[in-house]
Design a protein around this ligand. Structure first.
Ligand code: G3H
Ligand code: ZN
Length: 286
């Protein structure tokens, strides 16, 4: 069933595992991720960035596509459709009205008070509709679609500010930027676990780890042990899908039917998602 992230993440936190947010870029991603979740008996969050929603034809197209697939697959696991890095109130409202069950309002580029005011406004609307909300403080480095943060701008979240934001806004989960990066890492990630622990004890809400691509398993496990209940992955699926497709096209110069390479590309996404669900501990079978 289509649900918000609220219960999903509380159950995950209590059970010491994390639910994966896997970003949907097109039909094959939605198929691969939903199939992986059902096979693994794992809850799942379908992340949709504003750029990806634009690419697919808008929020309503995304919701219709996901609902139709879930009906076709007779999906039994909990699924959330979540706006990833929502840039303003209007975008969050549009996603909610289109049927998204969860939104992120990314006010991380704003001064604290403005971030709080904006997040609060989104929470008020979202909670009327039973929609969950994620907020962010600090700045996650790297690039994801419209969100670009260069190295100098990347910033670790300050625990006391995190406490203030979570308490005043009543968000359902919270993403403190603690050294993770969107896209591939240059060298080993350097996650601020001490601060993560502090943020956890000050806020009490399930924490979100962005930039899940390329984080070593031991760091994933450490983050989960400190209260991380949601981990976002996009780039790794894209890399594995594209690698597969490139391989096929290089080996078979006469191939032109898209199903001949998009199909195997979809399998590569599915395998990657299954691996993550097992790493995150959300899989009931693996
Ligand atoms: O919001 C989405 C993510 O944080 C994905 O990060 O592309 O580095 O896996 P990633
Ligand atoms: Zn992110």
């Amino acid at each position: 069933p289509l649900v918000s992230m609220k219960a999903m993440l509380h159950t995950a936190k209590a059970g010491h595992y994390a639910v994966g947010q896997f970003n949907v870029n097109n039909l094959e991603y939605a198929q691969a991720i939903l199939q992986a979740a059902e096979e693994e008996s794992s809850p799942v969050i379908l992340g949709v960035s504003e750029g990806a929603a634009r690419y697919m034809g808008g929020f309503k197209v995304v919701v219709s596509m996901v609902k139709a697939l879930m009906e076709e697959y007779r999906t039994t696991v909990p699924v959330a459709i979540h706006l990833d890095h929502g840039s303003n109130f209007e975008k969050c409202a549009a996603a909610i009205h289109a049927g998204f069950t969860s939104v992120m309002i990314d006010g991380s580029h704003l001064p604290l008070e403005e971030n709080i005011a904006l997040t609060k406004k989104v929470v008020e609307l979202a909670h009327i509709h039973g929609v969950s909300v994620e907020a962010e403080l600090g700045r996650i480095g790297g690039q994801e679609d419209d969100v670009i943060v260069d190295d100098a701008e990347a910033m670790y979240a300050i625990p006391s500010e995190c406490e203030k934001l979570v308490k005043e806004t009543k968000v359902d989960c919270f993403a403190p930027a603690l050294g993770s990066v969107h896209g591939p890492y240059k060298g080993e990630p350097n996650l601020g676990f001490k601060r993560m622990e502090e943020v956890m004890s000050l806020t009490g809400v399930p924490l979100v780890l962005h930039g899940g691509t390329g984080i070593p398993l031991k760091d994933i496990q450490k983050a989960i042990s400190l209260g991380t209940a949601k981990i976002n992955v996009n780039t790794e699926n894209q890399i594995m899908q594209t690698k597969k497709i490139r391989d096929i096209l290089e080996k078979n110069k006469e191939v032109y039917d898209p199903r001949k390479y998009m199909g195997p590309g979809r399998e590569a996404i599915k395998e990657t998602v299954i691996g993550k669900m097992r790493d995150f501990g959300s899989s009931q079978t693996g």
